[in-house]
Design a protein around this ligand. Structure first.
Ligand code: AHR
Length: 319
């Protein structure tokens, strides 16, 4: 729905009649892919939220490619959808297509990742403070190791994505000034379990079979789960010989924490669609412009926070 005078009048009529105004709206969703359990849960929740609210969701899986996302957005614009949800795989290169959406008067809401475009080009962005997530992870590690020397290996997310950039920055901020903490190896594992395992194997090999590694910081839980497997196959105990801290809060990571094989995770809610749809509904109703950034909560969980219970609470939620 374009917010012109005609539709505003329709909106006012629908609201005064007490009908569900937004029902039947067509929403295009350009999703990155299915690289992680967290991503799967975000997709599931977006689909179920759309269904509950009576929207028609046009779903497009970009298989990790920005060009597929750009093509999907152009197709949504050509169809004249009422809004577009975009989870941008990388932070750069969106200006032209976002300008095309603005030209067509289609509001765009960013989900979970940021772009470097002007914020005039989208209605709002729903996501966590990604730098803060890294700071929480690094703060936990600094406090846990105290004065002990600690050589850290880092598994980064997808190169050029805002969570990879910001979670790295946040973690480095947190360990700055702790001279006993040092990141000795850092490489991308592309947010996947398979690459997390593969890269961790190379870290272990390069670091005296893992004997020289004190901790792993992974930018997401899936890479941590893959790395935990690699650590076990190397004959070491993850969670003891090598501390494991990561981000997302997926069920498998809680299971690893319950088994003592992971130490901490910073939760990222997969429910980005709920706040996004609330913002769109207010906008459609009377043109209310939401804040440019709708921040979700980031919560630290450790082995002391009932990981077995947290696993049970999350296991059926689409991860
Ligand atoms: O953008 C959010 C990140 O993307 C999640 O932490 C990760 O699991 C996903 O792939």
């Amino acid at each position: 729905m374009k917010l012109n005078i005609l539709t505003m009048t329709t909106a006012a009529l629908a609201l005064s009649a007490g009908t569900a105004f937004a029902e039947g709206e067509v929403i295009g969703f350009s999703q990155i892919g299915s690289e992680s359990g967290w991503r799967a849960a975000e997709t599931t929740l977006t689909k179920s939220q759309a269904e509950e609210r009576g929207y028609q969701l046009q779903f497009s899986d970009a298989q990790q490619k920005q060009e597929n996302q750009i093509a999907a957005i152009r197709s949504f614009i050509a169809q004249g959808v009422d809004a577009i949800l975009l989870a941008p795989v990388v932070a750069t290169g969106w200006d032209s297509v976002l300008e095309e959406a603005r030209e067509a008067e289609i509001p765009v809401v960013l989900l979970d990742r940021q772009v470097d475009s002007s914020d005039d080009l989208y209605l709002t962005a729903v996501g966590s403070n990604l730098v803060h997530e890294g700071e929480v992870a690094g703060g936990w590690l600094a406090e846990t190791v105290g004065d002990q020397p600690c050589r850290i290996v880092e598994l980064q997310g997808t190169t050029g994505s805002s969570p990879a950039i910001d979670r790295k920055t946040g973690f480095e901020n947190a360990i700055k000034g702790h001279d006993n903490l040092e990141i000795v190896r850092s490489q991308t594992g592309d947010f996947t379990r398979a690459q997390g395992k593969e890269v961790m194997e190379s870290f272990l090999q390069a670091e005296n079979g893992g004997a020289d590694i004190c901790a792993l910081y992974a930018h997401n839980d899936d890479m941590a789960v893959g790395a935990i497997q690699a650590i076990k196959e190397a004959g070491l105990k993850p969670g003891e010989d090598i501390l494991v801290v990561s981000i997302d809060g997926v069920p498998d990571l809680f299971q690893a924490m319950a088994a003592g094989e992971a130490n901490a995770t910073v939760e990222l809610t997969p429910n980005m669609a709920g706040p996004a749809f609330d913002a769109l509904e207010a906008y459609w109703a009377d043109g209310t412009a939401p804040e440019k950034f709708i921040q979700t909560e980031s919560k630290l969980y450790t082995q002391a926070d009932d990981p077995a219970g947290e696993y049970e609470r999350r296991k059926g939620l689409g991860y």
